[in-house]
Design a protein around this ligand. Structure first.
Ligand code: ATP
Length: 236
């Protein structure tokens, strides 16, 4: 098991935003965590990386993550692309990509940037532009490409489709599919339940801080409660 989360808790003062969440991701899987706005998905993801104080336990690649500094995670192959992309707006596309390799000490960084440009021709065209001048979709591409620069084993993606037009959403989902096909394990947090379940192997449904359903993505897509609550198919 690549990621094993047990009894995860996140509290904001007196508010219990994540309530004893158990979640697993196996090597090679694409797992999605879906749920409405405010269900606690982002809090859970950030707590897994240690960006929030948490209760419960998180094991990654067989070792507890407790007490390990966040900045060490990319070196160990665990990388998050945060909600809102988190690119450096004042740096160029190429500088952002180079920053993604900060944890690496090998000499292949230049070759890897060339690989990213092959996969993301739009980024090549805009490589000398500052990231802040890119469209939202291009910034999302850059955020994913930058994350790939640290050669992740496990990529945590927080709402990559947020705020994007439908065509760009489809493009970003294609990119996520390709990244998974290259062997990167992915935990994808999404409000767009249909697209996420169509893409994923397995899924978890989060409501009010707790996991209420989980299973094969195909089974969740066919589940009546999921269809009514998340796929806009109404009752009956
Ligand atoms: P979104 O789709 O908006 O990212 P989400 O499912 O990821 O939603 P969270 O952002 O994790 O949900 O929020 C879960 C709950 O915790 C919400 O009720 C939210 O208002 C609350 N919350 C989130 N961040 C904070 C904070 N810094 N302080 C207090 N409450 C917070």
């Amino acid at each position: 098991m690549l990621l094993e989360v047990r009894g995860l808790e996140v509290h904001y003062g007196g508010i219990r935003a994540v309530k004893g969440v158990d979640l697993e991701v196996h090597a090679g899987e694409l797992v999605c965590l879906i749920g409405a706005n405010g269900a606690g998905k982002t809090s859970a993801l950030r707590a897994i990386c240690g960006l929030h104080a948490r209760g419960g336990s998180v094991r990654y690649a067989g070792e507890p993550l407790e007490g390990r500094p966040v900045f060490e995670l990319p070196r160990r192959g665990l990388v998050m692309v945060p909600e809102g992309r988190g690119v450096f707006p004042q740096l160029t596309v190429e500088e952002n990509l180079a920053m993604g390799a900060f944890a690496r000490t090998d000499a292949d960084v230049g070759a890897d940037i060339a690989l990213r440009y092959q996969a993301f021709p739009r980024l090549r065209e805009r490589r000398h532009q500052t990231a802040g001048t890119l469209s939202g979709g291009e910034q999302q591409m850059l955020a994913i490409a930058r994350a790939l620069m640290s050669r992740p084993k496990l990529l945590l993606l927080d709402e990559p489709s947020m705020g994007l037009a439908p065509l760009m959403v489809a493009k970003i989902f294609d990119i996520v599919r390709e990244v998974a096909a290259q062997g990167v394990t992915i935990l994808l947090v999404e409000q767009n339940a249909r697209l996420a379940l169509e893409l994923a192997d397995r899924g978890y449904v989060m409501e009010s801080g707790a996991i209420t359903l989980s299973g094969e993505a195909k089974a969740l897509l066919a589940d009546r409660k999921v269809r009514e609550a998340y796929l806009g198919e109404g009752a009956g």
